[in-house]
Structure formats: structure tokens, C-alpha cells
Design a protein around this ligand. Structure first.
Ligand code: ZN
Length: 608
């Protein structure tokens, strides 16, 4: 195996004799496996020529590989020469991660099977095949990742066992703070997934930049302003919930100007969480504080739970870490995830003793967070208190249209209808926008003109579709990044009573009707209305548009129609430039007074 390869440092091979002269150590390097690395600039060098022919004659040299002097020198400088070959694989892996970073990728999937290895990279939510390798190569990559690049308690890579670890930032490109590794055996091999953890940018994104709407932000601010109670975010892996938590907590730190102690218990920390506090300059001689305009970073205390072998031990360590955190006098505590009775109990207990708690749980949507909590063993009678559990949030990430090249739906209807399933999507869209009462009403109409003629109060002028050819701004795929669709339930006592009484249908109705709940699909429709997302892509991500019957429709349509066109602010957040906006929406600029009040913009005429 590769691990046994080492450098031959004697001129006559390992059998002793003369040491290789120092001045040759940046020109060539012979390995025990017969590979010889040489800088081809020195192929005429007398010493090099002599050594190469000597090694060839004595059968030590089997393959010549060209490398730079720096790389050759680095081989000699490595302390542990036995891992040399491994370090080359490490370099390849690092290159793979660099490629991922350049594509804004979130995960690397490595599938090793009997006779092959396929590497795929997830970018913008979709997997793309990037390498087809031999089984051996795949094995060497996975083994190298697990045994030499990870900080994990169990250094033994066992393809026949499900394992987890974390790649240390040392081996990764600068933009990453680490990568979570999970492997699992498959029928004829195994599967490894590396989730890339990006370092936070120096400036945190705002909730609106993440994709939340004003009405969400209002709710989130209300939750952040509470002094006690639990806020729970749910969503599948990769739904961006950690980023949302990071932003919410950073805002709290900044709001509190560093006067509150924020502590996190994470497995392991995904992002550095910080806010900003005013920099105070104490002039000691005059014993007075001068508050300057300067702000300094103020960090949350992040406690990692790592180096555990199995899930039972992990749960135990996690819960110990929560108790330890509670003793460190926090005002705000973030618990990475509640996954069992103990962590759920600890979160509730912390909230009941006057702490503000943020945590995540695996649940499909906001309505199922509570059943999930009870499932994992939270005490219903403790949890069902609106002062204890205040906010239930669910989110997903959906693809954003490239604002530079997306096309108007109405102006490009023919092109749109050529796409698979487009007519059905259009019908569902019209029903969801309130143009038709239900799908039955429109089911049999197949003439789009007839379909659109009947629309009176629905404005589709803002709806944009993906340009499949793309442009230079979007790497020619018509999409640019992802954005949150979310639903937030602000609990109240009635909501809790319905949960206690286990009245599921009534609970749903109460949220939709009385609390005027906006679910993720409704949020998705708002994005489509604003031209920020392609309707077909949105359905692919959230399921077919089919609004729940209990929705407060009047409220929703009113809300939806307040988004006739994306606001300038919204477009800028989505990477738009003012000039593009001027070109695309000249009417905004003919009436400059409405730039800040797009809602009052007189409805634009429908194209055609
Ligand atoms: Zn584009």
C-alpha cells in the first residue's frame, strides 16, 4: 500500500553507502516504489544524468515523474517520510475541495463500489458528477480523508461500518472552517459524504439577504427580543438552518452590545458566531470612558462536542456540555440540536429558568416540530406552554434566478410552455395566485390566451423564468445561489391547548386561519410573484403548488398582491445592479417618488 513508500536517501539505494548530496535535493528524489521525481530543467545536469542511469541500471528507478524543485524539496523536508504518498493524495483532495469552493458547493459525495469510484459535488442543491476513478483510487482518497485529515476519536477507517468525523481546517482551502464526514457501507462498497463548512464572511448576511420577507423578520425580531423561551428551527440537512441561527444570534449579540453572555453547545460548531459591540477606549489617566464609532467583534462562547466514538457516548457528552454551559452564567444558549429526551429536557429547563434558548430539530415543517419534540421524549406538559416554546420555524433553500438574464414569463410564454410540465405548473400557479377558484375550473382549458384572459386581479408581470442559456454572471445556467423559503409559527396559549388536546386538524386550521399562517409553499409563491424564482424550479423544490384549504385566502392574496414587482431593495439584495434595474423596470425611474414604496406602484399593464 501507498503508506509504505518512502524516500531513498542513499545514492546506492537502501543498502547504505553514500548520502545523496544536498545540492541534489531540489533536483530529484527517488522513492522505494521506483518512482523518481525530477525537475526537468536539470535533465542535462551531469550529476542528475549519472544518478538516473545508475538507478536505472540497478533497477531502482521504474518511472520518471516531473515536478518543480519546490515540490521535490518538500518531499525531503517532510518529517515522516512514510506518509509522503498520502500527502500527495491529500493534495489531490485539497484540490477537489478548492474546486468545490469555486463552485459554491455544499457537499462532496464519494461512492466507492466494486470496480469504480464516482465523485459528485453538490452545488446549488443539485449533484454534479465530477470524477470517475478506479476503485483503488477511491479507496485511497476515502482512507486518506478519514485516517490522516480528520480529528476523530476512532482513526480506524472501516468501510463496513457507518462512521463520522470532521476534517480539520488545516487540510482545507482558506474559505472553509472544516468539513463533516459521514460514511456508510452500501451493498457493494461504501458511500462517503463530506459536508463543507464555510467560514463566515466578515460581515454577516441579513435575514432578508438569506431570503426571509419583512413579515418573517418582524417575527424573528420579536423572538430575538424575548428574554426567555425556546425558539426551534427545523429543516432537513443542508436547509441553511445553522446559518439562520448564526445570523439571529449575531444580531442579538450586536443588539446587546456585548452585554449578554451567549453560549453555544454544538456538535461540532459549524460557524464562528459573533456580533459587534462599540469599542470603548478607556483613558486611564483621566479615568473616563470614551465611546468611539469603532465597533469590535464580540464572540459567542462556542463549546464543541467532539471526539466521541458512538451515538450513546455522543448523547451523554452533549448533555454534559449543556449542563456545563448552564453553569457559565449565560443569558442566551444555543443548543446545536435536540435529539433525545435529555437534550430536549435541558432546553425546556433552561427556558423555564429564564434563559433564551435557540435550537434545531429534525422535522418536515413547523407544524410537525411539536410532535417531533414529544416523539424524542420531551415532556408534553412542560413543552406546551407558550412562554416556554415561543417560536417554531421551518425552512428550505430554493434556487434563485440569475437576476441578469432571467426572462419575463408573459413575454416568453411560448418558450416557457415548451418546458416539461409547464402548462400544469402555470395552471397551478394561476389557481394559487387566486385567478381561479380551483384546479377543476381551469383543468380543461389548454389555450393559454383563454386562460390569461380570465384573469382580472392577478398581475403576472413580475414573474420571471429561467434563461437556460444563462449569462456570464451565472456560469451560463440561469441560476444564482439559493434563498430561504420559510414558515414561522408564533405560538400562543390556544395553540398549546390544541396540541395538549391532540387536535391536529383544528391546530392546522387555527394556525392558517386565526394566526394567518404563511407556509413555505405560500412563501415560495411570493418569490415567484416577485420574479426571484422560476415557477417550475420552485415546484421541484417544494412540491406542486396546492394551497391548504384552511388558508386565510383573503389575507394571502392581499399579501401576495403587495408584491407586484420586486422592490429595488430586494433586487439589490439578489445581486442586481441599479443599471440593470433601470433597464428592466424603466417605469420605476420615470416616477422616482415610488422607488421606496413599490406597493403603491400603479399596477403595470400586462404584457401582450
Ligand atoms: Zn445569468
Amino acid at each position: 500500500m501507498a503508506e509504505k513508500v518512502s524516500i531513498i536517501t542513499n545514492i546506492y539505494g537502501d543498502n547504505g553507502g553514500e548520502q545523496l548530496p544536498l545540492n541534489l535535493k531540489d533536483k530529484l528524489c527517488l522513492m522505494t516504489d521506483g518512482k523518481c521525481y525530477v525537475n526537468n530543467a536539470f535533465l542535462d545536469d551531469n550529476d542528475v544524468v549519472q544518478l538516473l542511469s545508475l538507478w536505472k541500471e540497478s533497477n531502482l528507478l521504474k518511472e520518471l515523474i516531473y515536478e518543480s524543485s519546490a515540490e521535490i524539496k518538500a518531499r525531503y523536508d517532510l518529517k515522516d517520510k512514510t506518509i509522503l504518498n498520502t500527502s500527495l493524495v491529500q493534495k489531490e483532495i485539497k484540490d477537489l475541495f478548492s474546486y468545490c469552493v469555486s463552485k459554491d458547493a455544499s457537499d462532496v459525495h464519494i461512492m466507492v463500489r466494486d470496480n469504480e469510484c464516482i465523485i459528485k459535488v453538490r452545488s446549488l442543491g443539485d449533484l454534479h458528477r465530477v470524477h470517475d476513478l478506479s476503485h483503488e483510487k477511491g479507496n485511497s482518497i476515502c482512507r486518506t480523508i478519514y485516517t490522516t485529515m480528520c480529528d476523530s476519536a476512532d482513526k480506524n477507517f472501516q468501510p463496513k461500518k457507518a462512521q463520522g468525523a470532521r476534517i480539520s481546517a488545516l487540510f482545507l482551502p482558506d474559505q472553509l472552517s472544516g468539513a463533516r464526514v459521514a460514511t456508510t457501507p452500501t451493498e457493494n462498497g461504501y458511500y462517503m459524504v463530506c459536508r463543507l463548512l464555510y467560514k463566515p464572511k466578515d460581515k454577516n448576511p441579513t435575514l432578508k439577504q438569506l431570503g426571509y420577507e419583512d413579515f418573517h423578520v418582524e417575527d424573528l425580531e420579536k423572538l430575538a427580543a424575548k428574554t426567555s423561551g425556546v425558539t426551534i428551527i427545523s429543516g432537513p440537512t443542508g436547509s441553511g438552518k445553522s446559518t439562520t441561527l448564526q445570523v439571529v444570534i449575531s444580531d442579538i449579540i450586536t443588539q446587546a452590545e456585548g452585554k449578554s453572555h451567549v453560549i453555544t453547545v454544538e456538535d461540532p460548531p459549524e460557524y464562528t458566531i459573533f456580533g459587534w459591540e462599540p469599542a470603548k477606549q478607556t483613558i486611564i489617566s483621566e479615568s473616563q470612558e470614551e465611546i468611539t464609532d469603532k465597533k469590535i467583534k464580540c464572540y459567542a462562547t462556542q463549546t464543541p462536542v467532539m471526539n466521541v466514538k458512538d451515538s450513546a457516548q455522543k448523547a451523554e457528552k452533549f448533555n454534559l456540555a449543556i449542563s456545563a454551559a448552564m453553569r457559565l452564567d449565560p443569558e442566551i444558549i444555543m443548543i446545536g440540536e435536540v435529539r433525545d429526551a435529555a437534550s430536549a429536557g435541558a432546553a425546556l429547563q433552561a427556558a423555564m429558568t429564564g434563559h433564551q434558548v435557540f435550537t434545531t430539530v429534525h422535522a418536515n415543517n413547523a407544524l410537525t416540530i411539536f410532535p417531533r419534540l414529544i416523539d424524542i421524549g420531551a415532556k408534553k406538559e412542560l413543552a406546551c406552554d407558550a412562554d416556554v416554546v415561543c417560536g417554531l420555524i421551518a425552512q428550505r433553500l430554493t434556487k434563485k434566478l440569475c437576476p441578469h438574464c432571467c426572462k419575463s414569463l408573459l413575454d416568453n410564454m411560448d418558450e416557457f410552455l415548451k418546458r416539461q410540465g409547464a402548462i400544469a405548473t402555470l395552471k397551478r400557479l394561476l389557481v394559487s395566485f387566486g385567478a381561479y377558484k380551483n384546479y377543476e375550473e381551469i383543468k380543461h382549458i389548454n389555450d393559454v390566451n383563454v386562460m390569461l384572459e380570465a384573469i382580472k386581479d392577478v398581475d403576472l408581470s413580475g414573474v420571471r423564468i429561467r434563461n437556460p442559456d444563462g449569462c456570464t454572471n451565472c456560469n451560463f445556467n440561469g441560476l444564482s445561489g439559493r434563498s430561504v423559503v420559510a414558515e414561522i409559527i408564533m405560538t400562543d396559549q390556544k395553540y398549546m391547548e390544541l396540541i395538549l388536546q391532540d387536535k391536529k386538524a383544528e391546530l392546522k386550521k387555527y394556525w392558517y386561519k386565526d394566526l394567518k399562517g404563511i407556509d413555505m409553499q405560500m412563501h415560495g409563491l411570493i418569490k415567484v410573484k416577485q420574479g426571484l424564482a422560476d415557477p417550475i424550479e420552485m415546484e421541484r423544490e417544494l412540491g406542486q403548488f396546492d394551497l391548504h384549504e384552511d388558508i386565510h385566502f383573503d389575507f394571502f392574496y392581499k399579501l401576495l398582491n403587495s408584491y407586484e414587482l420586486p422592490t429595488l431593495e430586494r433586487m439589490l439584495e439578489n445581486g442586481f445592479y441599479i443599471q440593470d434595474f433601470k433597464n428592466k423596470y424603466p417605469s420605476y425611474f420615470n416616477k422616482p417618488e415610488i422607488i421606496n414604496k413599490p406597493q403603491k406602484n400603479p399596477k403595470l399593464k400586462k404584457a401582450n
